[in-house]
Design a protein around this ligand. Structure first.
Ligand SMILES: Cc1ncc(COP(=O)(O)OP(=O)(O)O)c(N)n1
Ligand SMILES: Cc1ncsc1CCOP(=O)(O)O
Length: 690
């Protein structure tokens, strides 16, 4: 006996009942699973007699040894002793740990089932080698389970083990399969202790291809979930909320909900592209478009629920965010069940609901809602504690709407007191707030908590502004004004950046080099007046020279607006130093590119920026290549990829948006003073493009 270091990542518990094994041979299925990557095997036979069990165990041990994997026996210390395998797994109703240890000796592996903190601490103190924590979810494989503890229960146990400083490996068990494994590991992890692996029966033993199933599961255990989002600390959140509304722009959520028309209008007003897609089969394609999914439980029927689950699965797998709106969650038992089903079948980045809905999602069985009403019974501190607890349990962001909205990421709670009573007098405003939130979280670049808060502020401040308009006399006139204000805020707060790369050594070879410089000078002046951050790059500065001298005075004048000046070897200007800058990480940006060469560095930069979720403007009078013919081809390609190919003057006016802005006078001066340059650059560079 004895095996120095056990890898608990993928722990297979066998089952030879016909419902699971069919008419296949147990040893054959286990060997296939071992080939697929199973790291521990437990022989679990509930009805076999001792002689048969010993015989199977012996054969199995021969196989597991070939793969260097420990074989443990469920409950039966006598069988483990007879076979001489590596150890046993015992439950709370089986032989005592101390007795098993005495019989098996110090080197045997003894695992213990635990479903509470007390059991876990007792097993740790008693010298268990690992813990099997569960049952996580109800499973037909074992129906006589005492406690279904969910990921929250697993996390509590892990937290206490860490607190008591026990360094013991742990797996969890019960209802785990390919579609929920990563979420279970993610949501179960406590601050200082995560799971070492997962134990499964049917997901492998009943699989038609046990090797393939095990190999897929092994990959999932070893890789971080696609949906995992690191949430920034609260102080970062507070800083970023200052620029809040700019977070919602150029996003593409896919929206599935009841008040579709209104939701679609809100999405468009805030710069998102809505797709109302209730058919789950479409989701795998839709999630490739890079948006977010809204599951709005406006109506619940079996077909609808199946669609929610299909879409949820597709978006989780693609690592795209999901916003769950558990409409009327507590109104009927069907809805309560639907909430449970949705929550146990996928990861929800954000859950948004009114007090009754959030209480139901948390599992408050006393909560009986009437329809989708939003009557409130909790005081503010209890509301804050509830969203905090739910977000901590689900490891996501929770929003409880109400007169004051409460938002939490499980670490901090924010209260938002904006909005207007008219929002409560128009149908669907709650649902469309979900649309706004989904648009904000659609970009993975944004901190999720910040994005959610920003979306709420955008939405509610727009309502306040709309209600103040002179033409608004009630909910009917409020609605169009509200859409206008959503749009106006978005327009006014879109954040732009300028990326520039023009080096000295290219001067003699680039087509119309001096014209590119003229445009770059104009854009730098405009950026400086409009307070647009500037990012400068050079390609191998030592060999190809610095940024041209014609731009140096303007860059010096821009001072702190020049956020980075980076030398590179990559062709793309989208360097880690730039991509990680807070201007790009806090929200999707509108980035204008000027420089060289259009078919190499400019093209790669634009494609990278698009891929990262930003909106890209390529100014046709500000980019060039050594061969003029390259330019038109590059611009056509970028246009097709989703970049906006425009001119410098058009971009400048788009950035201003409104002649009423304070900078307008200065900007007109820039445009007038560079009128001649603009003409020369357009004539010189655009002949071969567009
Ligand atoms: C790894 C692992 N964890 C838990 C169990 C459950 O064991 P137990 O509570 O003894 O229940 P039975 O398996 O005997 O029905 C397990 N087998 N393996
Ligand atoms: C043995 C055991 N102990 C708790 S749940 C369970 C069975 C898990 O089976 P499955 O992985 O098929 O849900």
């Amino acid at each position: 006996m004895g095996m120095p270091k056990v890898d608990y990542s993928l722990y297979l518990v066998t089952d030879s009942t016909p419902a699971i094994l069919g008419n296949r041979q147990l040893t054959h299925v286990v060997e296939e699973a071992l080939r697929g990557g199973v790291t521990v095997v437990q022989l679990r036979e509930k009805t076999a007699d001792t002689a048969d069990m010993i015989s199977t165990a012996r054969e199995l041990h021969g196989i597991t040894q070939k793969y260097g994997v420990p074989l443990l026996i469920n409950d039966r210390v006598d069988v483990a002793l007879a076979v001489g395998c590596e150890g046993v797994h015992i439950g709370q109703d089986d032989m005592e740990l101390s007795v098993a240890r005495k019989l098996l000796g110090p080197d045997a592996i003894i695992g213990v089932t635990v479903s509470s903190i007390e059991e876990a601490l007792r097993a740790c103190k008693g010298g268990a080698d690992y813990l099997g924590i569960g049952t996580v979810y109800a499973t037909p494989t074992k129906t006589n389970t005492k406690d279904i503890i969910g990921t929250a229960g697993v996390r509590e146990i892990l937290g206490k083990i860490a607190e008591a400083r026990f360094d013991i490996p742990t797996v969890c068990i019960g209802g785990i399969n390919e579609s929920n494994l990563q979420r279970i590991i993610f949501q179960s992890g406590a601050a200082r202790k995560g799971l070492d692996g997962v134990a499964l029966v049917s997901a492998i033993m009943a699989a038609p291809d046990p090797e393939g199933a095990a190999s897929e599961l092994f990959k999932l255990v070893k890789s971080p979930p696609a949906f995992r989002v690191d949430m920034g600390p609260a102080d970062v959140v507070q800083r970023q909320v200052a620029q809040a509304p700019s977070i919602i722009q150029a996003l593409t959520p896919n929206v599935e909900q009841v008040v579709q028309n209104f939701a679609a209008n809100v999405a468009l007003a805030i710069g998102a592209s809505p797709i109302m897609a209730g058919y789950g089969e479409e989701a795998p394609d839709l999630c490739k478009l890079g948006g977010a999914l809204v599951i709005n439980m406006g109506s619940v029927d079996p077909a609808g629920l199946a669609n929610y689950l299909k879409a949820l699965r597709a978006y989780n797998q693609a690592g795209r965010p999901v916003m769950f709106d558990p409409v009327g969650a507590g109104a009927t038992s069907i809805r309560r069940e639907a909430v449970k089903t949705i929550m146990t079948n996928g990861y929800l980045d954000v859950i948004k609901g009114n007090e009754g809905e959030i209480r139901t999602v948390f599992g408050d069985s006393q909560e009986q809602q009437r329809g989708v009403d939003s009557s409130s019974t909790l005081d503010e501190s209890r509301k804050a504690r509830l969203v905090l607890a739910l977000a901590a349990r689900e490891k996501n962001v929770v929003v409880m709407t109400g007169k004051t909205d409460f938002v939490s990421d499980g670490e901090s709670v924010f209260a938002i007191d904006n909005g207007h009573e008219y929002l409560g007098l128009v149908t669907g405003t709650g649902c469309t707030l979900g649309t706004a939130i989904s648009a904000a979280i659609a970009s993975r670049k944004a901190n999720r908590l910040t994005a959610v808060i920003a979306a709420i502020l955008h939405f509610e401040i727009a309502a306040e502004l709309a209600a103040e308009r002179p033409e608004v006399r009630g909910p009917g006139t409020f609605l169009p004004a509200f859409l206008d204000e959503l749009y106006r805020i978005r327009q006014a707060t879109a954040s732009s950046e300028l990326i520039c790369d023009i080096q000295e050594k290219f001067r003699p070879v680039i087509f119309e080099f001096d014209k590119v410089i003229l445009t770059a000078r104009k854009l730098l002046r405009a950026a400086t007046h409009l307070q647009i951050p500037i990012f400068v790059t050079t390609q191998n500065r030592a060999r190809l020279g610095d940024t041209v001298p014609e731009l140096q005075d303007l860059l010096a004048g821009a001072g702190p607006l020049v956020k980075a000046d980076v030398d590179k070897t990559l062709f793309s200007m989208w360097l880690p130093e730039i991509a990680s800058h807070s201007h790009f990480t806090s929200s999707p940006s509108e980035v204008v590119i000027v420089g060289l060469e259009s078919h190499i560095c400019v093209t790669q930069t634009a494609l990278d920026l698009l891929q990262a979720g930003h909106r890209v403007y390529v100014v046709a009078d500000g980019v060039s290549s050594s061969n003029r013919e390259e330019v038109g081809v590059a611009l056509a390609r970028l246009r097709q990829a989703g970049a906006v190919v425009t001119t410098s003057e058009s971009w400048i006016y788009e950035c201003m948006g409104d002649a009423g802005i304070p900078e307008f006078k200065e900007m007109v001066k820039v445009v007038k003073e560079t009128m001649g340059d603009t003409k020369v650059a357009l004539q010189g560079l655009l002949g071969s493009k567009i």
